[in-house]
Design a protein around this ligand. Structure first.
Ligand SMILES: *Cc1c(COP(=O)(O)O)cnc(C)c1O
Length: 340
């Protein structure tokens, strides 16, 4: 293994030694297989390739100050992957197989778990897709689960600093009664054009509005939206938003800090009334917003001092990070602690 500069790792693919796989045929899952290949061999007519029968998860493993290795809320990822499978008619991965897969891949790649204090973590990517050959549009009778992992640095370069995002209403990542609530690849395919355009125009990410009326805030490409108004944490309620495990955890943390939580439709104009705003997800925990630019209306919303994240965003970011790294009491039992 080469010397890894943990502190400057991007959020990207990193080759490790092993990944794990399991195969489902006619409803039964195979024993977990360990592979040292980065490639998979599948049929060219696999439904995952043609008809988007594909779902994934993203989760992180952290090394704490105490040297222990913790995995955050894996059972929520397992549950969400079952919901995603159900939503596009794939075989569901039982929680015990999911657990065996994620813990095995971590154990086999222990040397890639970044040291405490580097801001880096081991990212796990479970992947489920249809492998059966079909040409007619119907669910596959065969599926494959793959879990690979790799060390990653912070999602947004520059660390915990406010970013500028672009609010769009000329693209939708999902339809009102579509697949926005599940973590399927198709939603991401639909987000690539507006997010690439936003980056070209100087923004770090896109903030989507609701697909029906484009009047409400939906979510950022890969992260949920939240705003802070006085003593209240506000996050959109919508059927097209992916239920973020980070958001769920932050809602509990802000309640414990004595803030109120509102989960309700959030009008775009309300951006004017927030003291702080940001996006939350596993990759970054929180990406505080310094600027939100409404591309259609040519209107700019700004938050806080330039370059400085708001006090509540900072507090809840540090709290969740502290729980994940074992420095703040994990009173809800969110962490699984590895026995190595
Ligand atoms: C994965 C994802 C999130 C973040 O969810 P976490 O469980 O917090 O990582 C938010 N929005 C979308 C669309 C996602 O795919």
């Amino acid at each position: 293994m080469e010397n890894i500069d943990w502190g400057s790792l991007p959020f990207g693919y990193f080759k490790t030694d092993f990944n794990v796989r399991s195969y489902n045929k006619n409803g039964a899952w195979s024993k977990l297989e360990v592979s040292d290949s980065e490639y998979i061999n599948i049929h060219m007519a696999a439904t995952g390739l043609h008809y988007g029968q594909e779902a994934f998860e993203g989760m992180k493993v952290f090394r704490g100050k105490d040297g222990k290795v913790r995995m955050f809320r894996w059972n929520e990822n397992a549950k969400r992957m079952r919901r995603s499978a159900e939503g596009i008619m794939m075989a569901e991965v039982p929680d015990d197989l999911f657990f065996e897969a994620v813990t095995t891949v971590v154990k086999l790649n222990q040397k890639y778990i970044p040291p405490y204090g580097t801001g880096a973590a081991l990212y796990l990517r479970p992947l489920l897709f249809g492998t059966g050959a079909e040409v007619g549009v119907k669910p596959s009778t065969e599926y494959m689960l793959v879990v690979f992992c790799g060390p990653v640095g912070p999602y947004f370069k520059g660390g915990f600093k406010p970013i500028a995002v672009q609010l769009v209403s000329d693209f939708d990542r999902t339809a009102p009664q579509g697949t926005g609530h599940i973590k399927v690849g198709g939603n991401y395919a639909a987000s690539l054009k507006p997010s690439t355009r936003a980056m070209k125009e100087g923004y770090s990410a896109v903030l989507f509005t609701d697909a029906k009326e484009h009047k409400f805030i939906d979510e950022a490409g890969p992260a949920n939206f939240f705003g802070i108004k006085g003593n209240t944490y506000i996050t959109p309620k919508s059927d097209t938003i992916l239920p973020s495990i980070t958001n769920m955890s932050l809602e509990q943390i802000v309640k414990d800090l004595g803030l109120d939580v509102e989960r309700r439709p959030v009008k775009v104009e309300e951006l004017d009334t927030f003291d702080e705003a940001g996006a939350c997800g596993t990759a970054a925990i929180i990406s505080p917003f310094g600027k939100v630019y409404d591309r259609e209306k040519n209107k700019l919303y700004e938050y806080g001092e330039p370059g400085v994240a708001g006090p509540i965003s900072t507090k809840i970011y540090n709290t969740l990070k502290g729980i994940q790294e074992g420095e703040i009491e994990d009173k809800y039992g969110w962490n699984y602690i590895f026995d190595f």
